[in-house]
Design a protein around this ligand. Sequence first.
Ligand code: ATP
Length: 252
Amino acid sequence: MSTPVLDVRGLAYAYPDGHQALFGVDLHVHRGERVALLGPNGAGKTTLVLHLNGILAAGAGSVSVSGLPVTKPNVQEVRRRVGIVFQDPDDQLFMPSVRDDVAFGPANLGLRGEALERRVREALDKVGMVDFADRPPHHLSFGQRRRVAVATVLAMEPEILVLDEPSSNLDPASRRELAEILRGLDVTVLMVTHDLPYAFELCPRSVVLSDGVVVADGATYDVLTDDALMSAHRLELPFGFDPRTIGSPSAG
Ligand SMILES: Nc1ncnc2c1ncn2[C@@H]1O[C@H](COP(=O)(O)OP(=O)(O)OP(=O)(O)O)[C@@H](O)[C@H]1O
């Protein structure tokens, strides 16, 4: 099989106060996959994500992105390859205009002039925000800001897009629109979420992390319909949502 885009092996991590958050996590994500990372509060999902672009350094084990180890000397290239969209778009948008925010990363990589303009336009086009290029980000709705945050990451042409709770704080229409955008992207996706219907809709595969350990890794349908697994790890389907009555969504 090809080199995984994301290859996490035996990853263990303890915070400086001694709290052990990850115990030997293995996770392999291949090109084009969309994978949901599920698990109760405190499972270690954020801790894992912070290792993917070198914000945290592995205590034991390793993380590689398309064969490149996530280590200090590689951190700049790793951060181009791993695009993380954090939960709060305001953590990612700080320039006077949408265009400037989306241009910031590629300009840092040395892109200029028409090449930079094109990169920005393409990224905004992917999230349906071209018409907002001249607007100050703080004048946009929350849902629009989240889409711009996704564009800032796409403009780096990452190998993997990591999304932390992408559906949080979105109204139903914005939630659906973002799902359509994400489904249409030609990029590998790892999505951290407590929104199990969103995981079901978007990600054919789910990985469940609990107490710092991977306790399940398989088809999202199988994970969400495994009642013993779900209750053992405090995962609950919202009232009225039953994957069995919907059936497996297409992987497309
Ligand atoms: N800076 C820190 N120092 C010490 N312990 C921490 C720190 N950050 C997180 N933890 C602990 O590590 C464990 C994993 O936390 P983490 O934030 O990775 O979980 P999570 O799965 O992302 O949770 P949530 O779903 O609530 O976002 C928790 O027990 C948490 O209290």
